[in-house]
Write a protein that binds this ligand. Structure first.
Ligand SMILES: Cc1cc2nc3c(=O)[nH]c(=O)nc-3n(C[C@H](O)[C@H](O)[C@H](O)COP(=O)(O)OP(=O)(O)OC[C@H]3O[C@@H](n4cnc5c(N)ncnc54)[C@H](O)[C@@H]3O)c2cc1C
Length: 392
């Protein structure tokens, strides 16, 4: 317990990447933290499912994220030591695009502004180093050596294990159905029973809007397919996580699995459908929609990668909450004192979650003023028109 603040009873609703990170950060600060997950921790239903996530330090989304990304790295390294387990596979991250593409330029600008090491690669260098990628004649590469792959389920389970070691409690198959304001602090209905807390953190991903209907997020379905390399060259060194960002051409994204043989594939924009009900997203795995999505993934993978078996060997769709500017929502809700939101991670939040969880815990302890210092995440900010987006 750190001095200077009192121990509070704090509920965290939802134990995906965000909830697990918040629970651990609150436990580290000595609070009586309790996590509630409607399924199991490490489930494959929410946005944190699907085995792996890519990590990058050079961030086209804006330099404001760099300090958070560095902090997140330090936090999962600490967790690796505490839990004696590997959570991150280094190997770098590659951005491919034409030099005039806005996203390519944003990545280059971010490296320059933050003075981060980056390697610019010509098409010829790309072809020699990464023979499995099909690169167009006018495309180049930006290699971020600090990038790599995060093991999602391992990270969630390790966070929760560490939080429990520090005194947190975790309830699985515990569905929160309502949050009510009360003089002593928010009242939660959990599996039909009411419990009171001093503070409540809503980290329910795409389900957050079910609990807080006014929340400015839209739920979307993202699909990825798994493939098997037929030839060699699918290890992280020769086939690093890669994002193709050339304007006007399909955005795709490859991610090697730590086994060095299988990889994950994603196609941007067109494959994202608005979905109102995350529960539908979670249960539609075998529907016709998924079939259409798979056809598109299969076709695009064949164009982007060579030396892989044509068959899709697995995959799925996961519901994710997007804000209209694609920056997360992090802070206390003005209309609901003591109710905090940590949601809307908008397709790029896995790598940020540990740092966001820590910020939230510090804000609950009045050590950070989120509205002032991190206004870009304010749940009360005004949004412009919705923009197109994709997972990264
Ligand atoms: C396919 C895909 C690829 C992505 N790729 C990347 C990437 O490469 N890099 C990256 O950084 N980010 C990536 N992202 C984004 C990142 O994975 C998500 O932003 C992040 O995992 C969201 O975490 P979350 O905790 O907000 O949501 P979730 O993981 O969905 O967690 C919410 C949890 O809350 C639980 N819950 C919901 N309602 C209730 C309730 N009422 N009571 C109790 N429990 C409840 C749910 O069961 C769920 O477990 C990707 C996202 C997707 C979907």
């Amino acid at each position: 317990m750190e001095s200077g603040h009192s121990k509070k009873r704090i509920a965290v609703i939802g134990l995906g990447a965000m909830g697990c990170a918040a629970l651990l950060a609150l436990a580290r600060q000595g609070h009586q933290a309790e996590g509630f997950e409607q399924f199991r921790v490490g489930n494959d239903v929410g946005a944190s499912g699907g085995r792996t996530r890519q990590h990058r330090l050079i961030y086209g989304e804006g330099s404001a994220y760099t300090s958070l990304l560095l902090r997140a790295q330090a936090l999962w390294q600490q967790l690796e030591r505490e839990q004696q387990t590997q959570l991150f596979w280094p190997g770098g991250f590659l951005t491919v695009g034409t030099p005039d593409s806005p996203w390519f330029q944003a990545v280059e600008r971010s490296a320059l502004q933050q003075q981060l090491p980056v390697e610019r690669l010509s098409r010829e260098q790309l072809r020699q180093r990464y023979p499995r990628l099909n690169i167009d004649a006018d495309e180049q590469g930006l290699f971020d050596p600090a990038g790599g792959i995060l093991l999602t389920h391992e990270l969630l389970l390790a966070s929760v294990a560490q939080a429990i070691t520090l005194g947190a409690r975790v309830h699985e198959a515990a569905s929160v159905t309502a949050i009510h304001a009360a003089p002593q602090g928010p009242l939660l209905t959990i599996n039909g029973e009411e419990r009171q807390f001093d503070e409540v953190v809503v980290a329910a991903g795409a389900w957050s809007k079910t609990l807080l209907p006014g929340l400015p997020v839209a739920s979307r379905r993202l699909g990825k397919s798994f493939h098997l390399g037929r030839e060699s060259g699918f290890d992280t060194t020769r086939f690093p996580p890669t994002m193709r960002v050339t304007a006007g051409r399909p955005m795709w994204n490859t991610q090697p699995m730590p086994d060095g043989k299988t990889f994950k594939f994603f196609v941007g924009d067109a494959e994202i459908d608005e979905q109102k009900d995350p529960q539908i997203v979670a249960t539609e795995a075998s529907s016709a929609l998924t079939g259409t999505l798979y056809q598109r993934l299969d076709r695009q993978m064949g164009e982007a990668v060579n030396g892989a078996h044509p068959a899709i060997i697995g995959g799925g769709t996961w519901p994710e909450a997007y804000t209209f500017d694609q920056a997360p929502l992090l802070g206390e809700l003005r209309a609901h004192p003591h109710v905090w939101v940590a949601a809307g991670l908008s397709g790029h939040g896995f790598k940020l979650a540990p740092a966001l969880g820590e910020l939230l815990a510090q804000a609950i302890d009045h050590r950070v003023d989120l509205d002032r210092q991190w206004a870009i995440f304010s749940p009360a900010r005004r949004f412009a028109e919705p923009t197109a987006s994709y997972s990264r």
